[in-house]
Ligand binder design. Structure first.
Ligand code: EAX
Length: 343
């Protein structure tokens, strides 16, 4: 691994200047490729992926990131973008980045506590008042401290982004109160906090990766799921889910991750370029979340969904707080209060 970029430098020096075609030396085990393009400027190619569609907040986020990296490194780095789970689901992709077989990924925090346990606290139900509160926490000292927790685990977390505020959909019946959920089989993310919270709500949580979800809903393996409006729209869940209730039960962050050794080998200037590019990607992602949140209800109604907007949240809060004492013991009440009270 340590030699990843050393041959790159050597390659560049010895490269003839008259190459007419793109020549790539793939170093798949290292998750990168080094290419010589016309004019023999050496270029390092890295991959980034998301598990949802290109036409989505996350797709928009990695597109903006790729463009900015190329621009800010004058084309010395090229980021190839992959969508819709074509390189694997979120947990698999995070593993690949940790191992270094893939350079980069953008993921929701769903599977991340399996790698960085401190992140579990971000997914506690009703922890954030709204998106503005959540964005402020992630941009402030708490968010920065959490990004640093990735480093001993083999990741450079370049920047936070946002997956969105989660709402419940299902194919069986309108959900007006938590009692309406009783007995429903609901897919959750592969995250122990989500699983505990949904057990408190009286549903049968079925954890599975997002990439398997559409088929599971279509085949009736599960009755429902929960995701932000932006994910529901881009995933076309309206084709397999009749009912949507705006529960807003959990705020779901996402993050740009890079293999730490690869990041450490970048020059200081390029390190800044990657971090700034991720911030630009995050801004593009968040803007798309806002657009989708603003039009989501009307759009999903137009597509035929029955949307319940005004739900009595206090009942959901009361039930989903059953595990709060346990969460406070596990994650530190002071840590959760620090997030809750952040202004
Ligand atoms: O990252 O797994 C999920 O439900 C996520 O919200 C989705 O994949 C987007």
């Amino acid at each position: 691994m340590n030699s990843t970029l050393i041959p790159f430098a050597a390659f560049k020096r010895s490269a003839p200047t008259t190459f007419s075609a793109l020549l790539c030396k793939s170093l798949l085990s290292m998750g990168i490729a080094i290419c010589l393009s016309t004019g023999a400027q050496a270029q390092t190619v890295m991959k980034i992926n998301v598990s949802i569609a290109k036409d989505s907040h996350q797709g928009t986020g990695i597109d903006a990131f790729a463009k900015e990296v190329e621009k800010r490194t004058q084309g010395r780095y090229k980021i190839q973008t992959f969508y819709a789970g074509s390189l694997g689901g979120e947990r698999e992709s995070v593993e690949a980045v940790q191992l270094g077989t893939q350079a980069l990924t953008m993921t929701s925090t769903g599977p991340l506590p399996n790698f960085v346990p401190e992140l579990r606290m971000l997914d506690v139900p009703f922890l954030f008042r709204d998106k503005t509160h959540a964005r402020a926490v992630l941009a402030g000292p708490i968010g920065q401290e959490l990004l640093a927790k990735f480093e001993p685990k083999g990741f450079k977390a370049l920047a936070w982004a946002e997956n969105g505020v989660r709402h419940i959909t299902n194919s069986k019946r309108p959900i007006n109160t938590p009692e309406d959920l009783k007995g429903l089989k609901l897919r959750t993310m592969e995250n122990s906090v989500h699983i505990a919270a949904f057990k408190d709500l009286g549903v049968l949580p079925t954890p599975m990766p997002y990439v398997e979800l559409f088929t599971a809903l279509q085949q009736g393996t599960v009755d429902g799921e929960e995701n932000p409006l932006t994910v529901i729209m881009t995933s076309k869940f309206d084709q397999v889910q009749k009912y949507l209730t705006l529960t807003g039960h959990i705020y779901s962050p996402s993050v740009f991750l890079m293999n730490k050794e690869m990041f450490d080998k970048l020059s200081d200037v390029d390190k800044t370029a990657f971090v700034e590019a991720a911030k630009a990607g995050s801004a593009a992602n968040n803007a798309r979340v806002d657009t989708d949140d603003a039009k989501g209800v009307a759009e999903l109604r137009k597509r035929g969904m029955n949307v319940i907007e005004n739900v009595d949240k206090s009942k959901f809060v009361a039930l989903m707080s059953a595990s709060n004492a346990q969460f406070e013991k596990q994650f530190g009440k002071e840590n959760l209060d620090r997030i809750r009270n952040y202004k």
